[in-house]
Design a protein around this ligand. Structure first.
Ligand code: FAD
Length: 415
């Protein structure tokens, strides 16, 4: 039986283990934490085939510069003297072109559609498990002419690529969201999107994988690797060494750090976001993005989660309540009939999105080593894309034709 050691037990590591163990691989997952608080737990849980445009896109630079000067804005880069930050920003700037967007769209779309399909299969195969999976679509809500123009243009683009998108008047929005006294100029509805409860998904996968014999080693930080010729012989942790035929690096925003130990340059920064839960009364019916505020809204039964901000930082722990205030302030601007208390600091969750500078994930073998693969860099779409990434890595390891084209996702593209 061939064995695989996976670095990282977030959603990418878990889904990779899921498909590998289905094919009979012996899998060990190593994680520096206890799996209770990865970025994959408290996020908005959206499955969004509609998101076909990478973060690095024209317009984001001007918007980003404007946002940089407000303490409650949705985007912020911690200014610091750091060569890696400067390199990442330069690569991001270079990638934010129309040409890059046009190049990326088919890759992201196919990956996303594959993932949605795999989620539906997962739900069918484990019908008795409650993952909170619902196909209620996604509302992109806007209050200004400028945002409306962008969203409608984006709806046309999505349609050109074969996705369903409905442009809605304020009345159209109120029909879909009748109980929250919507105060918007309009919206775009993507009926093909879905959402689930990410904490339930993570818990299910861990329990299922354990029952299938996947070994979990928690609180074991990967420090280095032992090499033999062109192969990695063992993964060195502070709890001992772990050998396998293959190594998959799925270490989220820390993957760049792990890659350096493998002598690979993989630009990656953490994009910190916050979320909190509130009682869902009156009931918000559907997931939404409040586009000007860049806030994600996801109903989970009698609760609703609000999440947002993108602070480019390495600091995973601190909570900046000003950013949380930015999220909180935006809610009643769109949902006139909804109010909730400002959360206490201990009620605010934060996570670091693994952000590559070109907004595309890193998936597949690296040429540097004969037995090392990466599955990381999913930025704002880690939940959305995780099953597809796990499936692709398994196909590659099985020497099968990959379900979708992967060349844009090469882990070696910055080497
Ligand atoms: C506010 C917010 C809302 C979001 N909403 C959505 C959404 O609606 N839909 C969506 O698709 N995505 C969303 N995301 C993004 C999504 O959460 C991430 O893309 C995804 O969780 C990343 O998963 P991952 O497995 O790559 O990384 P992680 O979940 O960060 O897991 C990486 C794991 O690797 C471990 N690790 C790191 N370094 C080491 C080491 N040296 N040794 C051992 N272990 C190590 C870590 O402990 C961690 O457990 C959101 C993110 C935020 C912050």
């Amino acid at each position: 039986m061939r064995s695989v050691v996976i670095v990282g037990g977030g959603i990418i590591g878990l889904f990779t283990a899921y498909y590998l163990s289905e094919e009979g691989f012996e899998v060990t997952i190593l994680d520096k934490g206890d799996l209770s608080n990865s970025c994959s737990i408290g996020n908005a849980g959206m499955i969004v085939p509609s998101h076909i445009v990478p973060l690095a896109s024209p317009g984001i630079i001007t918007k980003g510069l404007k946002w940089m000067f407000s303490s409650t804005s949705p985007f912020y880069i911690h200014p610091r003297l750091d060569l890696r930050l400067a390199q990442w920003c330069l690569l991001f700037y270079k990638a934010a072109t129309k040409k890059h967007v046009a190049y990326s769209i088919p890759y992201l779309k196919n990956l996303s559609l594959l993932s949605k399909c795999l989620y539906m299969q997962l739900a069918e195969q484990h019908a008795s498990v409650d993952l909170g999976l619902e196909e209620k679509g996604l509302l992109m809500l806007y209050k200004s002419e400028e945002a409306g123009h962008e969203e409608v243009e984006f709806a046309h683009l999505a349609r050109q690529h074969g996705l369903e998108a409905e442009v809605l008047s304020p009345e159209g929005v109120r029909k879909l969201e009748p109980y929250a006294d919507m105060d918007v100029l309009g919206g775009v509805f993507f009926p093909g999107d879905a959402h689930l409860n990410p904490a339930k998904l993570n818990a299910f996968l861990v329990q299922h994988l354990k029952s299938k014999g996947v070994k979990f080693v928690t609180n074991a930080k990967v420090l280095d690797f032992a090499f033999s010729g062109r192969a990695v012989k063992a993964v060195v942790t502070d709890k001992g060494d772990y050998a396998g035929d293959y190594v998959v690096v799925a270490a989220g925003s820390w993957s760049g750090e792990v890659a350096r130990k493998l002598k690979i340059s993989m630009p990656m920064l953490g994009g910190k976001g916050y979320s909190f839960l509130a009682d869902n009364t009156p009931a918000i019916q559907r997931p939404a993005i409040l586009t000007e505020a860049r806030v994600a809204v996801t109903p989970f039964g009698n609760k609703v989660r609000f999440g947002g901000t993108m602070e480019i930082t390495d600091d995973s722990d601190s909570i900046n309540l000003n950013r949380v205030k930015g999220i909180h302030d935006s809610i009643s601007k769109y949902y006139g009939g909804f109010s909730c208390d400002f959360p206490e600091k201990k009620e605010v969750w934060s996570g670091l999105r693994p952000c590559s500078p070109d907004g595309l994930p890193y998936i597949g073998f690296t040429e540097r080593w004969s037995n090392v693969l990466f599955g990381t860099g999913h930025s704002m779409m880690g939940i959305s894309l995780a099953p597809a990434t796990g499936k692709l890595l398994t196909e590659v390891l099985m020497n099968r034709k990959a379900s979708v084209l992967m060349d844009a996702f090469s882990p070696d593209r910055y080497n």
